[in-house]
Write a protein that binds this ligand. Structure first.
Ligand code: ZN
Length: 573
């Protein structure tokens, strides 16, 4: 079987990508099916990429029409034996267009300034056939000067852009940026590392490339080797963007350019870079059994995203600290924020890390106003579970680095297959003892609160709670022009007890009109334990409710360093 793809962008401003798949050296006697992936590895949501596909058609090498029937939302069956269109082709050309106008890290985007091609959203595959040694040819407008991808360049002529993918997974896992993007790079351990970006950046006081270089060195030294030929950091900067997606030898990052100016947000950017880069090892190679080889046509369930994302979250801010790009104070402030977010999530009492991971497809990736009351993020709680594990390894003179090194050597002993929880727990036991293994496994499968205070103490830190005097209604607001609406109602909060609903519009409090521009003042004059008469509009009807705010639950005020030496040792500084 010989399979090659050709994509072209005749008019970028209409966002269309033309795709032509040529198939030869193939048994055309039996019907066969092209499919469009419904999701992207690394982003656990069924996205139905085929909804942007149009104009599906098929021809033989003489230009005769070949019969194609859509057999499912994302599947197209080719039948060369159909009585009305009987052909005996030597090769076929399967063609369609894809509308690409969604600028995220897991969708494709084409406009007059660039084309970002995200494989799963544009490349159909053939069911039940091993798709190997694929060729991709790309045609794009002559005004664009660059094509960036980690696919192997096999072009032999100027102005003809040809690439090779060893298989369908690599084709989907290799994003492509075309346009006039900035390109730069550096060598590390004798390998090319590309830094390319599209979008405008304000003048910054930081050197992005140098900081990425520092992170690469810091991250790579933990597993101790680079498992790729070359690596590409591909970024999109535009207002409101945030996100990252990991690939085996690249990552796509999206960030708001104006946020790069502020130091705190810049640290978020650096954590994002470290996070996606560490995925080279954790999830792209060390991975739960369900995550590779992939079934691109349906949900791939795993209970282990606490490892893939939780460990990566714990390491990302730590790598930034270790590389000298943040201070211990800034790192502890980040951990305080993480811990307070977890403590403010009532849903942690209902979903374990395993549950949250398994249901990522319908919960974490499809949040609603009740999410914080019913579930917990495996990113957030998973990250802090590894904060705890790192502390638990300390009495055994081991750390999270030893855990990662062992995961990596386990991966190398069976790279073709993923891992299960037992392998992870066995590694923990080998670094500590049976009790630590059992305790950690209990954290993963249970809903008890994480022992954060004890873990912090083990690392030479003290968690100090504030005695909150602040008023608390448990109602999160959202605004539309001058209108004030209840966005979310926290579980067991005064607002929930007093029967407020998400979606209620606040009209008056004790007769005083509620407006967005006055909202700060309303928040100020409410006092705990006082009763207020509130009029809300609910489904077009005015309703009067009584609200009795309370004092806000106490959160962490600061994480104090008690023993600087112990901190350095615990966090590998
Ligand atoms: Zn991640």
């Amino acid at each position: 079987m010989h399979l090659s793809y050709k994509i072209s962008i005749p008019k970028p401003s209409n966002h269309m990508l033309n795709v032509k798949i040529s198939l030869s050296e193939f048994d055309f006697d039996a019907p066969f099916t092209f499919f469009m992936p419904v999701w992207s590895p690394g982003s656990y949501l069924v996205r139905e990429y085929s909804r942007h596909v149009q104009g599906v058609r098929c021809f033989d090498e003489q230009g005769r029409r070949v019969f194609v029937e859509q057999s499912d939302k994302n599947r197209y069956t080719v039948n060369c034996q159909h009585p009305d269109f009987k052909v005996a082709p030597r090769s076929i050309s399967f063609e369609y267009e894809v509308y690409c106008n969604e600028l995220t890290v897991r969708t494709s985007h084409i406009d007059s300034t660039h084309a970002f091609i995200h494989g799963p959203s544009v490349f159909m595959g053939i069911e039940d056939h091993a798709m190997k040694d694929l060729v991709l040819e790309v045609e794009f407008p002559p005004l664009w000067s660059n094509l960036s991808t980690t696919l192997k360049d096999i072009s032999t002529e100027r102005a003809v852009f040809k690439y090779q993918a060893s298989d369908y997974d690599e084709l989907l896992d290799s994003p492509i940026e075309i346009g006039c993007q900035e390109t730069d790079g550096f060598m590390y351990e004798g390998k090319e590392h590309w830094w390319i970006y599209w979008g405008l950046l304000p003048k910054l006081e930081w050197n992005l490339k140098q900081d990425i270089e520092k992170l690469v060195a810091e991250v790579a030294k933990v597993p101790g080797e680079l498992p790729y030929e070359k690596y590409m950091f591909m970024a999109h900067f535009a207002p409101g963007l945030y996100g990252g997606l990991e690939h085996s030898s690249s990552t796509v990052l999206a960030f708001d350019p104006l946020k790069m100016v502020n130091r705190k947000s810049y640290l978020d950017w650096l954590s994002l870079v470290a996070h996606e880069y560490f995925h080279v090892w954790n999830v792209k190679r060390i991975r739960p059994k369900a995550l590779g080889p992939f079934d691109y046509q349906k949900e791939n369930y795993t209970k282990m995203l606490w490892l893939s994302e939780g460990l990566t979250v714990f390491m990302d801010e730590l790598f930034v600290l270790r590389s000298g790009l943040s201070t211990v104070e800034e790192y502890l402030e980040q951990q305080k924020t993480n811990m307070n977010r977890l403590l403010s999530t009532a849903g942690r009492k209902f979903d374990s890390l395993e549950d949250s991971s398994f249901n990522a497809w319908i919960k974490l990736y499809r949040p609603n106003e009740n999410s914080m009351n019913s579930t917990v993020s495996y990113y957030l709680k998973g990250g802090l579970a590894f904060f705890v594990l790192n502390a638990w390894l300390k009495p055994f003179d081991k750390s999270i680095n030893d855990f990662i090194a062992k995961l990596w050597s386990d991966y190398k002993s069976h790279p073709e297959s993923g891992i299960d929880e037992d392998i992870v727990f066995n590694i923990i036991e080998s670094l500590s003892d049976k009790k630590t293994r059992d305790d950690f496994s209990y954290l993963i499968s249970g809903t008890d609160d994480l022992p954060l205070e004890a873990a912090a103490k083990e690392c030479g830190l003290e968690i100090v709670f504030e005695q909150s005097l602040k008023v608390w209604t448990g109602l999160d607001m959202k605004f539309q022009a001058e209108q004030v609406f209840i966005d979310r109602v926290h579980l067991d909060s005064p607002g929930m007890k007093d029967e407020f609903n998400s979606g209620d519009e606040l009209i008056t409090i004790d007769g005083l009109r509620v407006m967005k521009s006055q909202w700060d003042k309303h928040s100020e004059w409410l006092k705990p334990e006082q009763k207020y008469q509130v009029v809300v509009a609910r489904h077009g009807r005015l309703t009067e409710l009584e609200l009795t705010p309370a004092r806000s639950p106490s959160l962490i005020k600061e994480i104090k360093v008690l023993d600087a030496k112990a901190v350095s040792k615990a966090f590998g500084l």
